[in-house]
Write a protein that binds this ligand. Structure first.
Ligand code: UDP
Ligand code: MG
Length: 313
């Protein structure tokens, strides 16, 4: 569970999820542990987690030196989770713990990844629409399939977790990484739950950047698209030039259009800026990758880093 400033809800979350897991542990004859990752919260989240861990030996936690983002927090969670099966979930109760039962059942049927897909009920219309357009676009552009409404609430088998951990890239777009890993995958839909307490950390700007990340961090098709657009523009320009020359030959030289010129120049400058920015994005990503910085730094933890239980133990 990645947690960032969740002091209002984390206690309630823990109670509910533990209750659910205890009943699952009895029904499925399994053991469980909880791994909380405090993503550099500014509020009392860490001390609350420490309190929980002190009274519940099944709880382990890692706390970051600052806010590294949810992707880093999930990575840390996967690294520290020792189970044969790992469930990733938000700590704000928007991912209903009751659904874990369904996930486990599907896992029992042989699925490696069980994804919970939320409906968009209660979302703002603009956000729903934007998401729909975005997913249509992105699925045309990236090789892996991304599904609208599928978030990070999912069950992963041990081999899937290990595979995801092999992907050590710095820019992590988990939705894409999980899809890239593959294995036997299934999805079920659940009714969207609104956040009761605390606030979503997603602002419009953050969402926009996340969307761009998804587009760019996954493959180089946008570069190819830029190339195609460039070629298209060159052919249009050549056709236009031929036409102008033809007209000049037949009718004599005409006074050149000032507006046409201005519009063409600004439009092309805009296109060039966008393409340059696009290339810059890729170069920037290479820059971050070659630095090889850690994904996060740990400030406090009650578990060794990274924890991996040997298989079959
Ligand atoms: N989160 C995090 N680091 C961040 C932002 C969010 O660990 O920088 C956690 C947060 O505590 C929550 C989950 O990620 O458990 C989802 O965040 P949020 O509820 O803000 O997103 P939403 O549900 O609106 O998509
Ligand atoms: Mg939430």
């Amino acid at each position: 569970m990645p947690c960032f400033n969740e002091e209002e809800i984390i206690g309630r979350f823990h109670d509910q999820v533990t209750k659910e897991l205890e009943s699952l542990a009895a029904d499925f004859a399994v053991e469980f542990e909880l791994v909380y990752v405090d993503d550099g919260s500014h509020d009392r989240t860490l001390s609350l987690i420490e309190g929980i861990a002190a009274s519940d030996s099944r709880t382990r936690y890692v706390s970051f030196s600052r806010n590294f983002g949810k992707e880093a927090a999930m990575l840390a969670g996967l690294q520290h989770a020792g189970g044969d099966v790992v469930v990733l979930m938000d700590a704000d109760l928007q991912h209903p713990p009751e659904l874990i039962r369904r996930m486990l059942r599907l896992h029992g049927e042989g699925f490696d990844q069980v994804m919970a897909r939320r409906t968009r009920a209660g979302d703002r219309v603009t956000r729903t629409l934007a998401a729909r357009v975005y997913y249509r676009l992105i699925n045309r552009l990236v090789d892996v399939e991304l599904v609208d409404g599928v978030g990070d609430f999912r069950l992963l088998s041990r081999r899937t977790v290990d595979a995801v951990l092999e992907l050590t890239e710095y820019n992590r777009f988990s939705k894409g990484l999980f899809a890239w890993v593959g294995f036997r995958t299934t999805t079920f839909t659940y009714e969207n739950v609104r956040r009761e307490q605390g606030r979503s950390k997603w602002t419009f700007g953050k969402l926009l950047n996340y969307g761009l990340d998804g587009l760019i961090s996954f493959n180089d098709k946008p570069l190819r698209a830029a190339l195609h657009l460039g070629l298209l523009l060159v052919s249009v320009a050549m056709a236009y030039a031929t036409w102008i020359v033809g007209v000049a030959l037949v009718k004599g030289v005409d006074a050149p259009g000032y507006v046409t010129l201005l519009v063409t120049v600004t439009a092309l400058a805009g296109v060039q800026m966008v393409m340059l920015g696009l290339v810059g994005e890729y170069v920037g990503r290479i820059y971050y990758e070659v630095k090889r910085r850690p994904h996060f730094l740990v400030k406090a933890a009650n578990t060794p880093v990274p924890h991996r239980r040997p298989r079959g133990e």
